[in-house]
Design a protein around this ligand. Structure first.
Ligand code: KDG
Ligand code: MG
Length: 406
């Protein structure tokens, strides 16, 4: 069979989600996620203006060939915009392959390695008491692993507008029309507060809870070494992005100085780049993003590569990628041998009425049903005519008004 149509589909459901829809000559439909937070329309242009022409008329079964045709065949390879568009196409083609075979993705990829997969959720709080209280709520609802975040502000700048909470719940919807708010990120406060907060959480929540923290590369390498060492007694599941993803020397230093496990990867867009991170075992967990890394095809290769180097997966699963992407992550979580943990920032209330999914989360574990393909259905009528709301991540600034890494 061949590809009859490829289109971008704007499918807002609490966020600006963009999908790729592929239709075959015999009427099968596949959906993939192509959402790039704050750059959505750039991806739409790539899909509709550049990728469609490369795909229509081709045999939809040959995913590897089509992936190469887009990635290598047109010279301009890589980068978040192109790789997000390619990811959407790739996921849609795997969705079709599963539907044609009558098999769920996890089965196509080799079958289950486990019955259910450990998930982690986000908790944000203003201070340790709030973090502990909110974590207890999540634990009571069954979760066993928590990523905690808090605001680190210069106390002399109480007019802080930016808060890290935006990142967890609504980053994609912050309007920037009035210019940047004054920022007050304060690294010194952050570096001195983080270990105490982690220790207090560990003591209050008990030894079995998985505690995760995302540094977002906001501090220097030596600050990260200090933090990673001081966090050791808190026994984190991992510390995420303690240094910029491309600063392999800084990551090597952090690893040589501390036993705190490290996870990096959401800003890698290509297999070539992330290989070195894995080969040199600079991370315990690799966490590229299914929607920005070119989709299932390269993700499976990375998982196998990482397995050979005893690195586990902790793939990026933020709220700014759509249900088909979260579904793929769930399928991978069941089938990948070296699975570690899966980030799950879902908004099922916002999804309902637009998306249905065969992924379930119970007792803090992910499972996936037998629905063929990705197991995600889209009610296109519910989003027909929906308007794109221009939005992007807020800019983080320090007390001098200088831009600080987000
Ligand atoms: O759009 C940016 C978010 O996806 C990112 O800030 C979330 O770092 C993140 C994480 O680990 O979930
Ligand atoms: Mg992160």
């Amino acid at each position: 069979m061949s590809i009859a149509a490829v289109t971008s589909l704007f499918a807002p459901a609490g966020r600006n989600y963009v999908l790729v829809k592929v239709v075959t000559s015999d009427g099968l439909v596949g959906y993939g996620d192509a959402t790039l937070n704050g750059r959505e329309l750039a991806v739409v242009t790539v899909i509709d203006e550049y990728l469609r022409g490369l795909l229509v008329g081709e045999d939809e079964a040959n995913i590897e060939y089509l992936w190469r045709k887009i990635y290598q065949g047109t010279y301009w390879q890589g980068g978040p915009v192109l790789m997000t568009a390619l990811a959407g196409v790739d996921m849609a083609l795997w969705d079709i392959k599963g539907k044609r075979a009558g098999l769920p993705l996890w089965s196509l990829l080799g079958g289950r390695a486990r019955e259910r997969a450990l998930a982690y959720v986000h908790v944000h709080g203003r201070d340790r008491d709030e973090l502990i209280a909110r974590s207890r709520e999540k634990l009571a609802s069954g979760f066993r692993a928590i990523r905690f975040s808090f605001d680190s502000v210069d106390p002399r700048y109480p007019e802080l507008v930016y808060t890290q909470a935006h990142q967890d719940v609504s980053a994609g919807w912050i309007e920037r029309a009035d210019g940047d708010p004054p920022g007050a990120w304060d690294s010194r406060t952050y570096v001195s507060e983080l270990p105490g907060i982690a220790h207090a959480m560990r003591e209050a929540l008990g030894s079995s809870v998985g505690l995760i923290h995302d540094v977002h590369s906001r501090i220097t390498a030596s600050e990260s070494v200090r933090v990673a060492k001081e966090l050791e007694p808190a026994g984190l599941f991992f510390l995420e992005d303690p240094a910029p993803h491309h600063d392999l020397d800084a990551l090597a230093t952090i690893r040589s100085q501390s036993t705190t496990p490290v996870a990096v990867g959401e800003l890698y867009f290509e297999l070539d780049g992330v290989c070195e991170l894995v080969r040199r075992r600079l991370v315990d967990f690799v966490r590229v993003d299914i929607s920005h890394f070119g989709g299932i095809t390269p993700m499976v290769k990375l998982a196998h590569l990482a397995e050979a180097f005893h690195v586990q997966t902790a793939f990026h699963g933020p709220g700014d990628i759509s249900p088909p992407a979260h579904a793929v992550l769930a399928h991978l979580a069941l089938t990948v041998a070296n699975f570690g943990i899966q980030e799950m920032v879902e908004d099922r209330a916002a999804w309902s009425g637009v998306f249905s999914t065969s992924v379930t989360v119970e007792d803090g574990f992910i499972t996936v049903g037998d629905t063929p393909g990705l197991g995600v259905d889209v009610d296109e009528a519910a989003v027909r005519g929906a308007h794109y709301v221009k939005a992007s991540l807020p800019t983080l600034r320090d007390a001098m008004g200088a831009v600080h890494p987000w």
